[in-house]
Design a protein around this ligand. Structure first.
Ligand SMILES: [Zn+2]
Length: 125
């Protein structure tokens, strides 16, 4: 059966391929649905109204049968220009928030470092 994941990433073009390739290499995933915002980690951690993002997640989960959500923050993010430790805090906050909203999903926080490599920030089941 086809398997899906959902990637909530920054819109920055530098991070798309490294993240998609890492997800495909690390998990048994056929397709990755991608939802983007400028500074997605900040939006999910701090923005009160995330209904548009939740609408996309719902299509990915309910119709496309996604079973995993990835939340990505990255080095040199111009949509969320804060230091790395603050990014990590926001990613973890976003993971917890989506875990509450989508309890059936595995929610994984990722960090793209200054070498454009992917690091696992947090994982909840
Ligand atoms: Zn960014």
């Amino acid at each position: 059966m086809e398997t899906r994941a959902t990637c909530l990433n920054c819109m920055d073009g530098r991070v798309q391929l490294p993240v998609l390739m890492w997800i495909k290499a690390s998990y048994p995933v056929d397709f990755v649905d991608v939802i983007t915002e400028a500074g997605m980690d900040r939006v999910l951690a701090k923005q009160e109204d995330i209904s548009e993002i939740l609408r996309s997640i719902e299509v990915s989960v309910k119709l496309n049968k996604s079973t995993r959500l990835f939340i990505v923050g990255h080095y040199d993010c111009r949509g969320n220009p804060i230091d790395e430790s603050d990014h990590h805090r926001e990613i973890i906050k976003a993971v917890k928030r989506l875990r509450q909203i989508c309890p059936s999903q595995e929610v994984v926080g990722l960090w793209v470092n200054n070498k454009w490599q992917i690091e696992l920030v947090s994982e909840t089941w």
